[in-house]
Design a protein around this ligand. Structure first.
Ligand code: PEP
Ligand code: MN
Length: 345
């Protein structure tokens, strides 16, 4: 961290602030110029995030060098994190696909989804049992019954389950049924929930809030990591901008940015990111091309009957052709697609 002071502010002010910083175990490198005094503060300057620098007279500027998050940063861990669930690796060479309906609706739907998707080589089944709906009158999800349906269908086809947790009370209900707990965009800054998820052993996929910066996303990840849970996956799912043609604006530039700033795996969700079925294919290809470790895609066996997000859901055929297209993009960025996709062709 670099502190800039006015040279005219006098020795007394300089001593006051430097003594305070030294008493906090920081080393200082002071260089005095005609107009300005530059002070390099050496040590873990994250401790100084809330330090009242500007209450000292003569302080002109404070420049942060270290990121405000630590455990999530690539400075802390250079090697990319691979989240391991059994023999499924997220963040590895092979791309990860999480697919399934927006909501768990009934047994047949989940069995059909699990059968069709596993046949194509998908390893992770998605589906919401507790749904964060904008309107209280919209379908709210089947709750525990939905979790049972999804977990039964997944087991039958040897799939892993990812599902959303909306509150602290739901953690214990969901954990026995889920392999990955998803924190939705609306809960990205539910810090009490994040703290509790830091205590569990299962992986957590944290979706970017619709009005959150990349730094805020990484700070939310830090809550989970600092609680002791190192299995955090990040998800770019679009942010809200002035554009209304798409449901959200899928910020793909966040992918290379996060990859540079953090070692955590990044999944892209083009379904919520665009809200438009016809754009899923292009945006998925773009996501893989720019470095995403995988995709979360809404796929419904009968999308016209979907109780939520039917207009952005793919059917099996569209998902199948997406996988075929993605194989070529994956090759070009030196990633691989599960063999089953190819044998399915
Ligand atoms: C979801 O994945 O079901 C969902 C609600 O997504 P988001 O939190 O990104 O809106
Ligand atoms: Mn949805």
């Amino acid at each position: 961290m670099i502190l800039v002071m006015d040279s005219h502010s006098g020795e007394e002010e300089l001593n006051k602030i430097s003594n305070k910083l030294k008493s906090m175990d920081f080393e200082l490198e002071i260089s005095k110029g005609k107009e300005k005094i530059i002070i390099g503060i050496i040590g873990d300057t994250r401790k100084l995030l809330d330090f009242p620098f500007y209450s000292y007279s003569g302080v002109i500027d404070v420049l942060k060098v270290l990121k405000p998050y630590k455990l999530a940063s690539r400075e802390f861990r250079e090697k990319s994190t691979i989240v391991k669930i059994g023999n499924t690796l997220i963040g590895e060479h092979e791309l990860t696909f999480m697919a399934g309906p927006c909501s768990v609706e009934n047994e047949e739907q989940m069995y059909e989804a699990a059968a069709g998707l596993s046949k194509m080589g998908v390893k992770i089944l998605r589906g919401g049992a507790f749904k964060p709906r904008t309107s209280p009158y919209s379908f709210q999800g089947l709750g525990k019954k939905g979790l049972e349906m999804m977990s039964d269908a997944a087991k039958k086809h040897n799939l892993l389950v990812i599902t959303e947790v909306m509150s602290i009370e739901q953690i214990d209900i969901i954990t026995p049924y889920a392999d990955i707990l998803q924190v939705g965009a609306r809960n990205m800054q539910n810090f009490m929930l994040l703290k509790e998820l830091g205590k569990i052993k299962k992986p957590v996929m944290l979706k970017r809030g619709m009005s959150s910066t990349i730094e805020e996303l990484l700070l939310s990840a830090e809550y989970i990591l600092s609680g002791g849970n190192k299995k955090v996956i990040l998800c770019e799912r679009g942010i809200r901008t002035f554009e209304t043609y798409t449901r959200n604006t899928l910020d793909l530039s966040a992918v290379p940015a996060i990859k540079e700033l953090s070692h955590l795996p990044v999944i892209v969700d083009p379904s919520h990111g665009t809200g438009r079925r016809e754009m899923i294919n292009s945006m998925s290809k773009a996501a893989i091309a720019c470095g995403a470790d995988g995709l979360m895609i809404e796929v419904h066996p009968h999308r016209e009957m979907a109780l939520s997000d039917g207009s952005q859901s793919l059917d099996f055929e569209a998902f199948r052709s997406l996988l075929i297209d993605l194989k070529r993009v994956a090759d070009s960025v030196d990633r691989t697609v599960n063999y089953n996709y190819i044998s399915f062709l």
